[in-house]
Design a binder for this molecule. Sequence first.
Ligand code: SD4
Length: 291
Amino acid sequence: KIVKPLVIATWRTDLAVETAAAVLEKGGSALDAVEQGCRIEEANEKNQTVGLGGLPDRDGNVTLDACIMDDKGNYGSVLGVKNIKHVISVARKVMEETPHVMLVGDGAELFAVTQGFERENLLTEQSKKAWEKWKEKSEYKPIINIENHDTIGMLALDKEGNISGACTTSGLAYKMAGRVGDSPIIGGGLFVDNEIGGAAATGLGEEVLKTVGSFLIVELMRQGKTPQAACEEAIGRIVNKLGKNYKDFQVGYIAVNKQGETGAYSIHEWFSYNVYKDKKNQNIKSDYFNK
Ligand code: SD4
């Protein structure tokens, strides 16, 4: 029996998942569900890793990355966008309204404005204060806070049995200007193959990118692995690299297959994720490698 509709998303994202689930329960598409769900975190000032209120780069600029992938294998993304809150919707516009898959920086911002998105200041007082405090020491290394980060990657399986996914973030706090992580990169922060399933990532994007994590998970599921086993192997690829000091960083994965089976795994403790299924929305603590 296929478990559907279903939503799975990184971190404690109750309202975002509830919003996506409501779209699915009304018979809406997985694509609409993940877009609507992600918009909740983009508008949530308190989430300092996504959208409005996101922590800025070292120079004090909030720059956002996002991507979306539908059940037909289409993909759209935006990288390093300033002044636009709902970058997940801009990514969808890139996918649907342009012949391209990625738009970056000023070009992406301009495209968004021509599509009717409004420019606004994304640096809230709270995030500005945090940045000013960081500047006192300006530790050059982007520190991944193991306990607390909130990039949203979301996968949905709709009533028709189709899968789509989305991912949106302000990236690493105090990153170098121009730095892009895994979140907007196909196969890195997100990958969906509607024949097999989908996967999404959170954590230190550099490590996800080097192992093409989300694509890897979908390919492992294609070879017959469960979503859980696939997530565990993808984390294994990161932690088993010779000399990798995984103690210093976190990566977490979520995955779903066509049957509506889910999986999640992280390097360290305290990664959690939300799952909506059988009309229930739950936050679940992920199993992890470093015990
Ligand atoms: C990045 N993967 O830009 C993102 C960061 C993240 O919760 O997931 N934060 O590398």
